[in-house]
Design a protein around this ligand. Sequence first.
Ligand SMILES: [Zn+2]
Length: 139
Amino acid sequence: MDTEITTSTSEAGIEMTHIRKGAMTIGLPSAGVTTYDEFLATAHARFGEDPVAWAFLCPNCGDIATGADFGAAEGRGRLGQECIGNTVEERGCDWAAYGLFAGPCAVVMPDGEVIFTFRLAPRGAVSTPMLRAAKAGAR
Ligand SMILES: [Zn+2]
């Protein structure tokens, strides 16, 4: 699918990136749009080189899921693109970064294709069940 990327500045002074895929155009604040190299550099600096340790924040329910939470390699392909709730029952929700409300981030691949993603979790973030266990242990 042909993807076209343009930028503009909103009336509020926010730089916006407009991603057109086919008949659909998605506008995202440019701060959330990175190249693949920039994305990898950020993920590596925050969580190391192994995607098993990368953590993403679901923009809908606030769950933090890691590559390890997704388990098998085919599940890990959903990391950062789908809430863990699509894979693990009774956890998270069914939100997807490629859904009706795309994003909130986007990664521009070397071939020009755009992948919509969740935001990387903050440095040091662990998955929601690990957080829950740590809080229970602290009592
Ligand atoms: Zn969710």
